[in-house]
Design a protein around this ligand. Structure first.
Ligand code: KG4
Ligand code: ZN
Length: 334
């Protein structure tokens, strides 16, 4: 088969991104324009503001990516686009750009589920080996997914309430760290001692997670200390919280690997950037003789390279859309 260059577009939240990837494996060029500086004052992403900035930036980002790759649209074989899940206004901007390129340049349009993108970020590191277990940890998802072949997803379990990234962001807000909380708690955790006693969430035999109880426990603890006029030690709270999160995720992941006799674990999503989680998973995989793949930081958080990579395997699976393709704010991975 001839080499295939896919141009991917991602705009599901607050990153406007375009990337060109060869054969689902090799990143040629990527541009990611983050809006974090804009949303930081609001303590989180404001959907209306996010979509306006996508509109302002999308053309520039696509052009910059082609320039960086030293390629023209004639050399692109297909357009991969995140159709969902995500913020509907943000998704629509990327989708309309992708449809326009597809129509103008007569290129196939490949619909990519955002979580498939996060999973296929690992394909940019090394080829996926099956059967594998994908641990998806992001602002919107905490899922354990089994894959027996490309684009065959079987969800084993997931969060029953808050996603892990969402929990990080909310806890950070209570402790006064601002947005996005994940990276800030992660940094603080390196300097603290786990002095606060927090409950282990959903300590059962399922593959499901629950983080809202832990979030409430941190908020209650903060209020309690405040009532007693005692100052919270942010770095100690950060490491106490992070340890419980990491223990819960590592325990459930280990159980799923053992029960299913799987020896390949891939990690995906923004929280895969977390140092505590990375080291917890590394230790567990070493003990269990499991081959672990975690993407480099730039492919953990939202980016279009992962969408272009997933798009290649979606294309091989026959997933081509027409111009009636619509965005979806929520949609199961299938
Ligand atoms: O995958 P992502 O970029 O967007 C979604 O698809 O949700 O994930 C964003 C989430 C945010 O909640 C952010 O706080 C979290 O990932 N995050 C982290 C770290 N870096 C990003 N959480 C913990 N530790 C980190 N180092
Ligand atoms: Zn994401």
């Amino acid at each position: 088969m001839k080499d295939m260059y896919i141009l991917g577009i991602e705009s599901s939240c607050d990153e406007t991104s375009c990337s060109i990837v060869k054969n689902g494996r090799e990143e040629i060029a990527t541009i990611v324009l983050s809006q974090i500086d804009i949303h930081v004052d609001f303590g989180g992403v404001v959907p209306e503001i996010a979509s306006r900035h996508h509109v302002k930036n999308i053309t520039m980002v696509i052009e910059a990516c082609l320039v960086k790759a030293k390629m023209t649209m004639d050399e692109i074989d297909a357009i991969a686009i995140t159709y969902g899940p995500g913020l509907i206004g943000s998704l629509l901007v990327g989708l309309e750009a992708a449809k326009t390129l597809s129509y103008l340049y007569h290129k196939p349009l490949i619909p990519v589920h955002h979580i498939a993108g996060h999973i296929y970020a690992n394909s940019l590191v090394k080829p996926l080996k099956f059967p594998l277990l994908a641990l998806v940890v992001s602002g919107g998802h905490t899922d354990l997914i089994r894959m027996d072949a490309h684009y065959k997803f079987e969800k084993l379990g997931g969060t029953l309430d808050d996603a892990v990234g969402e929990c990080y962001d909310k806890v950070a807000r209570v402790v006064g760290l601002g947005y996005p909380g994940g990276p800030k708690i992660d940094q603080l955790a390196e300097k603290g001692q786990p002095t606060y006693d927090l409950p282990m969430p959903l300590n059962d035999d399922s593959y499901n997670f629950s983080f809202s109880g832990l979030k409430s426990a941190v908020i209650n603890l903060a209020h309690h200390e405040e009532q007693l006029h005692r100052a919270i030690v942010p770095e100690d709270l950060a490491v106490s919280f992070q340890q419980v999160v990491v223990d819960s995720i590592v325990k459930k992941t280990k159980k799923a690997l053992r029960d299913h006799s799987i020896h390949h674990l891939i990690v995906a999503g923004g929280v895969a950037a977390n140092k505590g989680l990375r080291s917890g998973l590394e230790k567990m995989c070493e003990q269990e003789l499991v081959d672990l793949s975690i993407p480099p930081l730039q492919f953990c958080t939202d980016n279009a390279a992962m969408i272009a990579a997933a798009g290649y395997f979606a294309y091989l699976d026959g997933r081509i859309a027409d111009l009636a393709l619509n965005s979806k704010s929520s949609d199961p991975l299938r």
